[in-house]
Design a protein around this ligand. Structure first.
Ligand code: GLN
Ligand code: ZN
Length: 755
């Protein structure tokens, strides 16, 4: 019996983030285009070889990208925003311009990819004429074929999901927009078929969301056309991140295989398989190995699960694979030398997941391999049983929580008291927290880490940076200061290093957007406060100025969503553990005179479950945790929060319920659409709509910032309005930051005088 092993997508960043470094060298013109393409090719080839050597039979092609797979697909099909259409079509220059903006033009919007921490570039359809600009999949397929003898499985984002994720059209045009793309998909697929491709994986993750009848009809039409016009190649319709809505219709679509997620489906895909069966003429690509968690699988359980699945289909219909692309997990545990041994043993990153796929499929072929599975799974079962991971004090506090432990005086009362206390001008200016993490800052941290810079010297260095930026803020005449976050690598990792129960990896990077990677900490045990985490730097900054100094923390929801969570307790329990720890930090800050405190929750929206019926629960838990963390303070203490790249419509009630005094949000990149959400809702609390996009190196003009500001003030009351950039400034250069903030302060001043 042959059970095919497959992979759905491999991380592109490399074991040591080589990919990021190549990209950034190219962007800063340190390497030529030829060198860039050559170095990227090397990586790509290595990834393919690695997957082959692990024993994966269906190896994905085209999952490799120079920035983002949605942008790849959009550019491949000519979905180019009008402002970039004069550039050479499908050139690298045009591709990066859409992603990153140019001096003349803003970049396309970027937003969260489903419920993950990956961001994609939103295609803009308004002025685009679909066509096949270049068949990138064909090039990549041929490369693998002729250089490695690998007959890869091209992977592409499907047309229905592509359009669903795009903007610049009316709902009523949806069907037509999809239809316009179909001939070009067909052409690309035909070329692949002629080149010898046997399987093409078409990702349609919107199938796991709640979809309506017209959308399912679009699917039926599209896939019938594919079926009719592409007899010579097999199509695998891939879904992930949850169970398939409209299962009965989906399994009847005329394709050769269907990929289902049997990990994040809450048992529902298996249930539907049991109740509605599965067509005997299709393959079932079983996503049984968790593509998103970092824990080893208990392969004995997985074997049982596959046994259940095969009671409804023939073993010959089976493909074993991860539940989704491995984009969301780090590359390998092999370089993790500093984690506790017992923990490393319990981990599986991308390479180890592929090993699990192969082990599992091997055991299905030869049942005598059960012992091997048992031996492999031992580490994770032992880890789960370890009582050293339980913190009794935290458990006791959790059992005493109620609604009152998370409630403040009413906002109206607080607002009055805070107005008196803080005496801020109208439209107060501030920033979101971080200032540039320059080469020097990173070099100092690295030296400190390696031991060539003493702790005292490192602290002095950080103090000097703080001093420098307090001076800059004085010169800029900002109203509310921050210390700049120079001591932090990353807003979540920093806390992960300091909280009990969390561990930080050496090389556990994953791509967040573009070349930006994050290193999520691992929640390994019960979480608790150890000692103050942000007090020293914040107090030092405060000592240098009479301006209000805003303390800067990461909220419980974001810490959780940007960490690798435990798989043995509930999300709610993890959230409340984190909230109690942050509450203690806030108590320490407040007791020491830091009375404006920002608790960042940029990840609140992205954790929103894809299915509507699960959302209320998530939002209630998130709200409670945020309030638990922030409600122990005096009414005069001003709690800020910050969120970015969100569609706020669905969570506006939650934002209000968080009960933060001030929220700063991203608004410039989505071209002002956000304001209306707050207008419609008649939002009363203070709000800072980002007046410029920090993700692009471009310095916007004063006119542009004033326009953003005035547009917001047309619908929001100026008494509730703050002026700030979109997000933290750590990725910008010192010059860019100062120049842009200068413009921002000037714009605010001018608008202020006209109030
Ligand atoms: N305070 C953080 C910073 O400025 C917020 C970052 C974020 O929202 N992602 O870097
Ligand atoms: Zn942000």
């Amino acid at each position: 019996m042959n059970i095919v092993t497959s992979n759905t997508g491999y991380p592109r960043i490399g074991e040591n983030r080589e990919w990021k470094h190549i990209l950034e060298k190219y962007w800063t013109k340190k390497i030529t285009r030829v060198a860039f393409e050559l170095e990227m090719k090397q990586l790509r080839i290595n990834y393919l070889k690695k997957q082959r050597s692990k024993g994966i039979e269906l190896i994905p092609i085209g999952d490799f990208s120079y920035y983002d797979q949605v942008l790849d697909t959009a550019v491949m099909f000519g979905l180019i925003p009008e402002r970039f259409q004069s550039m050479e079509e499908a050139s690298l220059e045009q591709y990066f311009a859409i992603a990153r903006g140019t001096d003349e033009h803003v970049a396309s919007e970027m937003t969260k990819w489903f419920n993950t921490n990956y961001h994609y570039i939103v295609p803009e359809l308004q002025d685009a004429t679909p066509k096949l600009t270049h068949n990138r999949l064909l090039d990549l397929f041929n490369e693998a074929r002729y250089e490695l003898g690998i007959k890869g499985k091209p992977v592409i984002l499907g047309p229905v999901t592509l359009i669903a994720l795009s903007k610049g059209y009316e709902n009523s045009e949806f069907k037509e927009k999809v239809a316009e793309l179909i001939p070009h998909y067909i052409k690309a697929f035909q070329e692949l078929a002629e080149a010898g491709a046997e399987w093409i994986q078409i990702d349609e993750p919107i199938l796991v969301q709640d979809i309506d009848q017209p959308t399912i009809e679009v699917f039926q039409e599209v896939y019938s056309r594919f079926n009719k016009e592409l007899p010579e190649v097999k199509l695998l319709l891939q879904t992930y991140y949850g169970s398939v809505e409209r299962y009965e219709e989906v399994i009847q679509l005329p394709v050769d295989g269907i990929g289902l997620d049997f990990v994040h489906d809450k048992g529902s895909n298996l249930e539907k398989l049991r109740s509605s069966g599965f067509p005997s003429d299709k393959l079932l690509a079983c996503g049984v190995i968790d593509g998103r968690s970092i824990w080893k699988s208990n392969l004995l359980d997985k074997q049982d699960q596959v046994a259940k699945i095969t009671s409804y289909i023939q073993p010959s219909q089976l493909i074993i694979q991860p539940s989704c692309s491995l984009l969301h997990v780090p590359v390998t545990t092999a370089n993790e030398k500093s984690l506790p041994e017992q923990l490393v043993d319990a981990l599986a990153f991308a390479d180890e997941k592929l090993k699990e796929v192969v082990l599992l499929s091997g055991s299905l072929k030869s049942p005598e391999k059960k012992d091997e599975l048992r031996a492999y799974s031992c580490a994770i079962t032992e880890f789960h049983k370890d009582t050293g991971r339980v913190h009794t004090d935290v458990q006791r506090k959790l059992s005493q929580l109620n609604e009152l432990t998370a409630t403040r005086t009413s906002f109206e009362v607080r607002k009055e008291q805070q107005k008196k206390k803080w005496q801020l001008p109208p439209l107060p200016t501030t920033t979101i927290g971080s200032f540039p993490q320059t080469k020097e800052v990173r070099a100092a941290r690295l030296k400190f880490k390696k031991g060539s810079l003493s702790e005292a010297d490192y602290e002095t260095f950080i103090q000097e940076e703080i001093q420098k930026w307090v001076n800059i803020q004085e010169e800029l005449q900002l109203d509310v200061f921050v210390h700049g976050e120079f001591e932090r690598t990353d807003m979540v990792e920093f806390f992960g290093q300091r909280l009990n129960g969390m561990e930080v990896t050496t090389n556990g990077w994953v791509q967040s957007y573009g070349s930006r990677c994050v290193k999520p900490p691992i929640i390994a045990a019960d979480i608790s406060f150890d000692q103050p985490m942000t007090l020293k730097e914040t107090l030092y900054a405060k000592s240098l100025t009479t301006k209000p100094m805003k303390g800067m923390l990461t909220g419980p929801v974001t810490i959780l969503n940007w960490s690798f969570e435990r798989d043995d307790i509930s999300l709610r329990e993890m959230l409340n553990q984190l909230a109690l720890a942050i509450q203690e930090e806030i108590r320490q800050l407040e007791a020491n005179g830091i009375e404006m405190i920002q608790v960042d929750e940029p990840a609140l929206r992205e954790g929103l479950p894809l299915k509507e019926d699960e959302r209320a629960d998530y939002l209630a838990n998130a709200t409670y945790a945020f309030r638990l963390a922030t409600s122990s303070v005096e009414p005069t203490t001003q709690i800020h929060t910050h969120m970015c790249y969100s569609e706020f419509d669905e969570i506006i009630e939650t934002i209000d319920a968080l009960d933060a005094d001030v929220i700063s949000i991203e608004a410039s990149r989505s071209h002002g659409e956000m304001i209306h959400t707050f207008e419609r809702y008649e939002y009363q609390k203070d709000i800072g709509l980002g007046v410029y996009d920090i993700h692009s190196p471009r310095i916007p003009s004063k006119i542009e910032m004033k326009r953003n500001l005035e547009r917001a003030l047309r619908v929001l009351n100026h008494e509730q309005f703050w002026v700030n950039p979109d997000c933290g400034l750590k990725t910008r250069t010192t010059e860019e930051t100062i120049d842009a903030l200068k413009v921002m302060v000037k714009a605010a001043e001018e608008v202020r005088t006209n109030l």
